[in-house]
Design a binder for this molecule. Sequence first.
Ligand code: 13P
Length: 249
Amino acid sequence: MNTALVRKRLVIGNWKMHGTRASNAALLTGLCAGVAVVHDCDLAVCAPFPYLAQVSSSLAGSGISWGAQDISKHEHGAYTGEVSSTMLGDFGCKWTLVGHSERRTLHGESDQLVADKAVSAIKAGITPVVCIGETFAEQEAGRTNEVISRQLAPVLALGAQSLSQMVLAYEPVWAIGTGLTATPQQAQDVHAFIRAQLSELGVPQVRILYGGSVKASNAVSLFAMSDIDGALVGGASLVAEEFLRIAAA
Ligand code: 13P
């Protein structure tokens, strides 16, 4: 089976902690108006929690889906400030990021917690987008594959059935918001390394996105790589035309 043929392109915008009701309205209107240029690609945006209702209603019928940027590993209970996957699933959330490097670094999320969150999402019918990636120092020290393997270990341990309901996103930390992008070949090498592990477990069809300063100008060369199935886009997802040009690449 040629898994490249069954892996539909996926482009997700991660708005991070940006937006107001007014700026979101303009962005969402732009996305809905321009989405016809995008073919053969699943398109989604992950917005801050307070704006998910706005995003959900504005995108209804557009073909663009939406998701959260994080979830709790717990279903309900005394966890002040947390939002559960069951709550998000309750109103039709399709995706959630888990283990974004900003959560791992700024909020101390462990590899195991990230895997637990992925499990919680799957239980609620939400597709977790599990983010992994090495820092600049780790890359410089030639430790990229070691770090990726460590981050993936508790996720791969969940087995083929769970993995087939996930998306992975390789985001080298040094490329996030810096304007530095991994070269297409650098990204491809890591994606191929991840794909080999997925293949060993019988799930080569799991989509692997690349993230880190993706723009319309570099999307074509990244997407030309055989193991890059799409992108997780930060800054460029806040500009409708740019985001759509990435998805159309
Ligand atoms: P930038 O595209 O702004 O580099 O952000 C990448 C990212 O962190 C997406 O999750």
